[in-house]
Design a protein around this ligand. Structure first.
Ligand SMILES: [Zn+2]
Length: 245
């Protein structure tokens, strides 16, 4: 039987995709520099917030939100060893729970990651088969042709994925996806998957309220969301360097 030798599909395809996936970033707004320069936070007076609107679709009550907010505030109050944040019904600054398309972006991201993992599994299976046949010195013509078809299909799949990932990345560049601290002081929460995560998101946003910038330490609660070394919310804490006076 006549045999053909064919090249192994480069693993480089997989690592290229991985690099793209790592760039799925959820940028969030850092503190405004001009504002930072201007503002001398008076730590003697706590920054006050009230609970604004809570979209019903979050499925969380005002009481529950209050408890969670207090937990996040308490984290900073303890770190500063004085009351720097407080809840006050008459405060002008609000914490709003806004349910919008950002919620669906989270789903889209999850979907894309699943597709990427599926592609990588299929590519690995293909490469294993190619290696096996190459070890035998080549494959019969029909198998060779089938493998080439799979290779082309994989390449098509990869191109579609790269396109979708690029489009997604562009769509999320504008705003942080889970929480946002506006220069007015208002905080908006868009998405959270657990109460613990909400405590962490609020703690991060309250950090901005206290004029604290993003930290380069991935373990810090003030670490920017996204990036290669990102750790989960559970592993983030207020670090000593985060405290500014
Ligand atoms: Zn931030």
């Amino acid at each position: 039987m006549k045999t053909h030798k064919y090249p192994i599909l480069a693993n480089g395809l997989a690592s290229f995709l991985l690099a793209i996936a790592l760039s799925i970033i959820f940028l969030d707004m850092g503190i405004d520099r001009a504002q930072l320069a201007e503002a001398k936070v008076n730590k003697l007076k706590a920054i006050e917030y009230r609970i604004g609107s809570i979209d019903k679709r979050f499925g969380i009550s005002k009481d529950q939100v209050e408890q969670i907010v207090q937990k996040s505030m308490e984290a900073w109050n303890q770190a500063y060893d004085c009351e720097v944040l407080a809840l006050n019904l008459n405060a002008s600054k609000k914490i709003n729970f806004v349910f919008d398309q950002r919620q669906s972006q989270i789903r889209k991201r999850r979907d894309l990651i699943q597709k990427k993992e599926k592609y990588e599994r299929e590519l690995a299976a293909y490469n294993r088969e190619v290696v096996d046949w190459n070890a035998k010195g080549g494959a019969p013509k029909e198998i060779y042709q089938t493998l080439m078809q799979r290779k082309n299909a994989l390449e098509e799949q990869r191109q579609k994925l790269v396109e979708a990932l690029t489009e997604f990345n562009n769509s999320v560049k504008e705003k942080q996806i889970q929480g946002f601290h506006y220069s007015s002081g208002d905080i908006e929460i868009f998405y959270f998957s657990s109460k613990e995560e909400l405590v962490a998101i609020l703690t991060h946003e309250f950090g901005h309220a206290l004029r604290i910038k993003h930290s380069s330490n991935p373990q810090s609660i003030m670490a920017r969301v996204g990036g290669e070394k990102e750790v989960g919310w559970k592993d983030k804490k207020i670090t000593e360097k985060d405290i500014i006076f």
